[in-house]
Design a protein around this ligand. Structure first.
Ligand SMILES: *[C@@H]1O[C@H](CO)[C@@H](O)[C@H](O)[C@H]1NC(C)=O
Ligand SMILES: *[C@@H]1O[C@H](CO)[C@@H](O)[C@H](O)[C@H]1NC(C)=O
Ligand SMILES: *[C@@H]1O[C@H](CO)[C@@H](O)[C@H](O)[C@H]1NC(C)=O
Length: 124
């Protein structure tokens, strides 16, 4: 199951990195600092997704995107469709979508590359 998920994510990542680019860029995989395993989001709530910028390269690519996943699979819930990763400076505000309660949610932060969070809880 885990390797299926990994394959799926790698597939998505290669789609992302295949996007045409005008400027040279570095590959950067941000470490997500929130949500963590202790995080509980409530449907409709405004929450912050945060990541570490400590290891950000000088030229961070243009596009950032945050997608919600559940039980090892990405969902169609795109929390933030497109933002400038560098300008976001380590955090972006999202609204928790109307999804069923569960403790197996995670988010994937796409940039030059992507990284996913721990599983966390969303409650009704
Ligand atoms: C992804 O995030 C984890 C922590 O959540 C971090 O340890 C890791 O270095 C990051 N990058 C990659 C490529 O996994
Ligand atoms: C960052 O981008 C600027 C302007 O596009 C360029 O001059 C510079 O060499 C780049 N730096 C790196 C480390 O790629
Ligand atoms: C998240 O939960 C799934 C089961 O729903 C599990 O397979 C996966 O390994 C967990 N991920 C992490 C990062 O703990």
């Amino acid at each position: 199951m885990y390797s299926m998920f990994t394959t799926f994510v790698l597939m998505l990542l290669s789609l992302v990195s295949a996007a045409p680019l005008n400027t040279p860029r570095d590959v950067w995989t941000p470490t997500i600092t929130s949500p963590t395993a202790e995080t509980v989001w409530t449907v409709g709530q405004t929450v912050e997704v945060t990541w570490s910028t400590a290891d950000a390269p000088e030229n961070v690519s243009n596009g950032g995107r945050v997608v919600l996943g559940k039980n090892n699979l990405l969902t169609s819930n795109v929390l933030v469709d497109s933002f400038v990763l560098k300008d976001a400076d380590g955090s972006i505000t999202v609204t928790v979508p109307e999804v069923e309660a569960g403790d197996d949610y995670f988010i994937v932060l796409f940039g030059d590359s992507g990284n996913w969070s721990d599983n966390f809880t969303i409650q009704a």
